[in-house]
Design a protein around this ligand. Sequence first.
Ligand SMILES: *[C@@H]1O[C@H](CO)[C@@H](O)[C@H](O)[C@H]1NC(C)=O
Ligand SMILES: *[C@@H]1O[C@H](CO)[C@@H](O)[C@H](O)[C@H]1NC(C)=O
Ligand SMILES: *[C@@H]1O[C@H](CO)[C@@H](O)[C@H](O)[C@H]1NC(C)=O
Length: 369
Amino acid sequence: MFPLMTSGIWFVLLTISVVFMNLSPLLMVEGEQQVPCLFIMGDSLFDNGNNNNLITNAKANYPPYGIDFPDGPTGRFTNGKNTADFLAELLGFDKYIEPYATVKGVEIFRGVNYASGAAGIRDESGIHLGDRINLNRQLRHHKATISHMSTLLLLGNKTLTKEYLSKCIYIVGMGNNDYINNYLMPQYYLSSKLYKPEKYATILIQQYYKQLKTLYRYGARKVAVFGVGSLGCIPAELDLYGTKDSICVDSINSAVKKFADKFKPMIDDLNSNLPDANFIYINITSIAIGDPTAIGLTNLAEPCCEISPFIAKGQCKYNGSACSDRASHYFWDGFHPTEIPNLVSAQRAYTALLPTDAYPFDISHLAQL
Ligand SMILES: *[C@@H]1O[C@H](CO)[C@@H](O)[C@H](O)[C@H]1NC(C)=O
Ligand SMILES: *[C@@H]1O[C@H](CO)[C@@H](O)[C@H](O)[C@H]1NC(C)=O
Ligand SMILES: *[C@@H]1O[C@H](CO)[C@@H](O)[C@H](O)[C@H]1NC(C)=O
């Protein structure tokens, strides 16, 4: 009856039906993998190797990146694990989610990480650094994954594929580069000449809304959307726009806040307009509240690694040095946090500490739906 069915397909069928029956002996040996799959879309905060073979300066597959990661430099833009890695752990996955660039075969059923350094909501964001996988392209990659899944599943049963995809968690973190590598770089991009901050924020959120709706059309029902933080306080922006004693560039924070303030209404719109949708908002600004010294972070201003003076100014210098007290530095390079803030972000996104950390609820609740 199914002459084309190979043992590989049977393996997938078995695994999938086991997940659906919620007995899951194959996937939950150590207990508690809370969802069958995790898909990740985003920028360098979540990227785990998708830029390695692209022609771009937005890369992190060289020392000292990964100095505290078991596999060394992998393309993660930090010293150790990133927030997406920690979220996978908190959700009970025994291994991080593979990058789209290298994921193979039935691995796609656990989920795929599509994130790409320098990528944005807008196609052009980050182009001065070279190639990058912007959100529209990440969505096309996801579409390709789904079509591959449906081929493996019951020789192309789309209903079953949709059912499976509705049980996955999707983590999306976008927008940072639409400021850092677009609006805040008037020498390369026209956006700040064309739009005032309020108008730019509106345009961005409208495009993001459409892209998240596309993700929903592709079967996503449990989506955690990470907001943008205080970009005016990162070393690379202070370097460009700061005055001698400033801790943050207020004009940048105020422009970015106009965008951040539109997330909650967007989440409400998505949830009320799309049947069975469960979108949640992770508030990075709220998650940043707390006493950093309580977790050993005493250096909140200086990057830990030696900074490259060249084109991707703010990234670590190729083969450059790294500080030894990495556990006390908030910033790893000019843009990205060290592993410890990444862990805190994941923990508070998973289990909210303050009521403002996640809206309307946190990722642990999203997993239980
Ligand atoms: C697809 O799978 C579903 C659920 O097992 C089943 O009800 C449906 O008949 C299948 N559709 C096709 C076209 O095989
Ligand atoms: C995000 O957190 C900040 C800091 O607590 C707060 O001012 C803001 O209102 C929060 N935003 C939302 C949408 O909850
Ligand atoms: C970087 O370091 C590696 C390992 O020590 C060495 O083989 C390589 O030549 C160095 N490259 C540059 C450009 O310094």
